[in-house]
Design a protein around this ligand. Structure first.
Ligand SMILES: O=C([O-])CC(=O)C(=O)O
Length: 222
């Protein structure tokens, strides 16, 4: 396992996603973007916003932490750029609260947009009051050790999805999708086509057509 902070990739090596793409992506739901992305990049449905009002859309800063330890997350807060979304894998150890009130306030000070974590968090009330978008597996009051280890800025995997620095992360109450940064322009183009088509379909429904008619599906024999 790699251990450490890949500082080179934090600065000059990473081509930043243009802001206009991030702004445009915000107008589409994660579900639309997933369909527009050849159905690739959905994070586990177990990862959800802790408030259904939270939304997120920005470039990823990937963090890997050892089970039950969150020192790498504290370090990531100091290295993130304004607007970044921390995306964290926790070696699939879910019985710990890797993020809480103090980290939320530290992250807000640095302009971090939010966090998506394949793990649990704690201090729910304080996070909600701070209005800081947290997407997690759930809540856990157990604390973490601060021994260190893990990585910042190297690609991570959550389930089957690989997340690299600068990939676009879009989330709402449905869940979270990851779009590799080089694919963002084409995915946004597909999302526009899909939304245009859905507008036409809604009109057809208003005119009285069924979804079976519209899509040309045959009724089953039952
Ligand atoms: O233990 C930690 O570092 C997480 C935490 O409770 C906080 O941020 O308040």
């Amino acid at each position: 396992m790699n251990v450490g902070v890949n500082v080179a990739k934090l600065s000059k090596d990473v081509k930043l996603l243009e802001q206009r793409y991030i702004d445009l992506a915000r107008s589409y739901s994660p579900a639309t973007l997933l369909e527009a992305s050849e159905k690739k990049g959905a994070l586990s449905s177990g990862i959800k916003p802790i408030s259904k009002h939270f939304r997120i859309c920005g470039p990823a800063l990937p963090v890997s932490s050892p089970p039950g330890d969150n020192l790498m997350l504290h370090e990531a807060i100091t290295l993130a750029r304004p607007g970044d979304v921390l995306v964290v894998e926790t070696s699939r150890e879910y019985e710990a609260g890797y993020w809480g009130d103090i980290m939320t306030h530290a992250a807000l000070e640095r302009g971090i947009q939010g966090i998506v974590i394949d793990g649990c968090v704690r201090d729910y009330d304080d996070i909600i009051q701070a209005n800081f978008p947290v997407f997690s597996r759930g809540l856990c009051i157990r604390g973490t050790t601060k021994k260190g280890g893990g990585t910042i800025n190297d690609p991570i995997k959550i389930g089957e999805v690989t997340i690299s620095t600068g990939d676009l992360i879009v989330g709402n109450s449905d869940g979270v999708v990851v779009i590799p940064k080089e694919k963002v322009p084409v995915v946004l183009n597909n999302a526009k086509k899909r939304e245009d088509l859905e507008k036409v379909i809604r009109e057809e429904i208003k005119k009285g057509k069924t979804t079976m008619d519209i899509y040309g599906w045959k009724p089953s024999k039952n």
